[in-house]
Ligand binder design. Structure first.
Ligand code: FAD
Length: 416
């Protein structure tokens, strides 16, 4: 693979946001380089559940056959149990969106985007190429310096650099854009277990005072379990020992006990996840824009990260295409051209964050009174006729898809 020294758009990061953006821009005939620092698709952070609106969007963009060819698991409902009582549930089939939340491994999803893009002549995928700094011309960003997998330094000039490099974004840092980092009060320990045949496809949140488990049916035949820990609580947990940890999980969700006894053998079977949110005031500058986790890291609550990343990508594509047509052949894309994208997406992100913070506060309650009130609140919410409308604002907001992207998908069925 030869990485060109000059391109229209340099996308830094080949996660869900960067990989999809590379494909959508190349479908429009735009020269695009996607620089991904890893040489494989295994992820450090992986959201595996695609929210229903993302599934609809990906189908409309022509990725449905590739998703089906890989295989996935649809989640039918989510329920919440608190101190042993079922207090709340949502049947995903009742939302006004013609798809269910869909579980597919993130590497498979990214490969689907990359395979579709690989057939397009204006697309270059720079595997193992890490962005190490940005090129500037006055205040405008004019490209980036990449460190290739052969350890070579390469300057790539571009009219637009897209920082799609995730929660610890190097592009954001190099641009000097400050992120407000809010550590969550709790972190997460997660692990996978084989899913018994009669488990069903319902996700569940099981809460015992201020401890909770998220149990997600996962493709092809797993359960993904997440357990909250107090911030910096890992040392204390380890001191208490692995058997105590296993007993604690089984006490919260007794249905997991036989699976844990058989399959969860040491801390090596678990993964630690630091949970924080990051927000930035400035998503764009002349020659630069941030999308996905780079501009708004959210918590795993309600599994919205990939959804937001896909929505950002689908929303920004026509703005980038239009901005490239304006200006001269080599001029950087003006921040003002992308301002409407920022306005649109910032509002949706703020809604998701508000929702997540409310959930997080509810889950942190520990006293007898506060947990009793919490149960009563969720039971009342469960009976509200408008609960689907309320949760639909976050879980089933449809994505606008530009007709040009749909046209390109129709012309290239073999490529998707
Ligand atoms: C535990 C956990 C569970 C989650 N579960 C869900 C879920 O179920 N559903 C959901 O929707 N979301 C979930 N999320 C969130 C979701 O994983 C992220 O929001 C999503 O992956 C963001 O996509 P992205 O493309 O913006 O960034 P990322 O997925 O982080 O991709 C960034 C890419 O940039 C690359 N990169 C980084 N630095 C550089 C560099 N300097 N040069 C070149 N490349 C670089 C990285 O290697 C990576 O491939 C979860 C997150 C966590 C932590």
């Amino acid at each position: 693979m030869t990485i060109p020294n000059e391109t229209d758009v340099l996308v830094v990061g080949g996660g869900p946001a960067g990989a999809l953006l590379g494909c959508l821009l190349a479908r429009r005939g735009i020269d695009v380089v996607v620089a991904e620092k890893q040489t494989h698709l295994d992820r450090e952070f992986r959201g595996e559940t695609l929210a229903a609106p993302s599934v609809v969007t990906l189908r409309r963009l022509g990725f449905g056959p590739a998703l089906s060819a890989h295989g996935y698991l649809e989640t039918t409902a989510v329920s919440m149990r608190m101190e042993g009582r079922r207090v709340f549930s949502l049947d995903y089939g009742r939302f006004d969106v013609p798809a269910l939340p869909t579980d597919i491994p993130q590497p498979a999803l990214i490969k689907i985007f990359n395979d579709a893009a690989a057939t397009l002549p204006t697309h270059t995928y720079a595997s193992g190429a890490a962005c190490v700094s940005l090129l500037r011309d006055g205040d405008a960003i004019r490209g980036a310096v990449l460190r290739t997998k052969d350890n070579e330094r390469l300057e790539v000039r571009a009219r637009l650099v897209v920082g799609a490099d995730g929660r610890f974004s190097k592009v954001r840092k190099e641009a000097g854009i400050d992120a407000r980092i809010h550590p969550a009060d709790r972190d997460f320990l997660s692990f996978k277990l084989p899913r018994p045949a009669d488990w069903g496809n319902e996700a569940s949140l099981v809460v015992e005072r201020n401890k909770h488990l998220v149990v997600l049916p996962t493709y092809p035949d797993f359960l993904r379990v997440g357990h909250n820990l107090p911030k910096r609580g890992m040392g204390e947990l380890r001191k208490e020992g692995f058997d105590a940890f296993r007993a604690g999980i089984a006490a919260i969700e007794p249905r997991l006990k036989p699976l844990i006894d058989e399959h969860l053998n040491s801390w090596n079977d678990t993964g630690f996840l630091e949970i924080f949110t990051a927000e930035v005031d400035e998503w764009t500058r002349d020659g630069l824009v941030l999308i996905g986790d780079a501009s708004h890291t959210c918590t795993p609550i309600l599994g919205q990260g990939v959804n937001l990343a896909i929505q950002d990508t689908v929303c920004i594509t026509p703005f980038i295409a239009r901005a490239l047509k304006h200006g001269t052949a080599k001029s950087p894309v003006k921040a003002a051209e992308l301002a409407p994208f920022v306005d649109l997406r910032r509002r949706h992100k703020a809604l998701v964050t508000r929702f997540q913070r409310r959930q997080e506060t509810a889950l942190a309650q520990n006293t007898h009174l506060a947990t009793a009130l919490r149960r009563a609140k969720f039971q009342a919410l469960d009976r509200l006729p408008m609960k689907y409308r309320l949760f639909g604002k976050v879980l089933s907001t449809p994505h606008p898809v530009d007709p040009v992207d749909l046209g390109a998908a129709r012309q290239e069925p073999a490529a998707v």
